[in-house]
Design a binder for this molecule. Structure first.
Ligand code: ATR
Length: 278
């Protein structure tokens, strides 16, 4: 009798990943026979351990920090959205045995913002704070919803300008330093820096957040993140952390692997009980 299909999430560190719990909940809900665990892989062992996982029959995996860009040369083909983002968060072993690198981060964010929280992206003025790998992963999905303007603000202005140039097919994207941001409130502000890990918030002008702005932090915690705290201190009425995005990107990966879309609401509620913020 064959055992469950094996999946894993690779990253470094990985101990605190919620992905095994999320996929176990999806599997129970949909009656899929899978085993999903977490694998810590230091960067220097990425290629060997990645290949080993699939040569031992692994069916698919998720990729998190710091491997999302380094997995690109290890897969046989890339989806258009992974290629655009220059990053892979999901690998699927196709029936042919070939490995497909895909990226569900952008669709995970957009689904959480639009379907779960009612954000209006079309014609919106959007500000993304940060110009690292997280921003790269979400810009293509945001562009598809035709915002009026997309601005990338970053501590290192040059990085924001470069990233904006790379993605500016619609002619509505620009990059700048925080000091160059005008203080007119944006409709949507997405926090995508790693400053929160050190308990801080990027030094952007307060005026970019208005009371009616929609603020979204890609990170989450069991207490308000520093960015959510800042948004609330500026009297912003709509601020959300990235727990929903985490569950939605996982659901999109699960559907790629198993061909069945799990319900996300119950899973978000279970995780939210453990992370009662917001
Ligand atoms: P990645 O490997 O994904 O690019 P990173 O190098 O940690 O991740 O950077 C992610 C983002 O967080 C970058 O936009 C970085 O700003 P810089 O490009 O100016 O370095 C931002 N970041 C990290 N710490 C920060 C801090 N304390 N204040 C503001 N931005 C910060």
């Amino acid at each position: 009798m064959s055992g469950p299909d094996r999946y894993t999430v690779i990253g470094h560190p990985i101990a605190h990943s919620k992905s095994p719990q999320i996929h176990a909940l999806f599997a129970a809900q949909t009656g899929q026979n899978i085993a999903y665990d977490a694998t810590d892989i230091p960067p220097e062992h990425l290629a060997t351990r990645f290949t080993e996982f699939f040569s031992r029959g692994g069916a698919g995996l998720n990729v998190t920090v710091p491997h999302k860009q380094h997995v690109l040369p290890l897969v046989d083909e890339l989806s258009a959205r992974a290629e655009l983002a220059g990053a892979v968060n999901t690998v699927v072993r196709l029936k042919s045995g070939r490995l497909l690198g895909d990226n569900t981060d952008g669709i995970g964010l957009v689904t959480d913002m639009v379907q779960n929280h009612g954000a209006e992206l079309k014609h919106a003025r959007i500000l993304i704070l940060g110009a690292g790998g997280a921003t790269r992963g979400i810009v293509p999905a945001l562009q598809m919803l035709k915002p009026q303007r997309l601005v990338i603000g970053n501590r290192d202005a040059g990085k924001a300008v470069e990233l904006a140039k790379e993605f500016d097919a619609e002619g509505n994207l620009s990059g700048c330093g925080y000091a160059d941001l005008t203080s007119k409130a944006y409709d949507i502000i997405i926090h995508a820096t790693s400053a929160g890990l050190k308990g801080s918030v990027p030094q952007f002008p307060d005026g970019v957040i208005g009371t009616d702005s929609f603020c979204y932090d890609l990170s989450y915690n069991n207490v308000d993140t520093p960015f959510i705290t800042k948004a609330k201190s500026l009297k912003c009425k709509n601020s959300y952390d990235g727990l929903g995005m985490l569950v939605e990107q996982a659901a999109a990966a699960f559907e790629l692997w198993r061909g069945i879309k799990p319900d996300t609401q119950g899973v978000i509620a279970v995780l939210r009980k453990k992370h009662p913020a917001v």
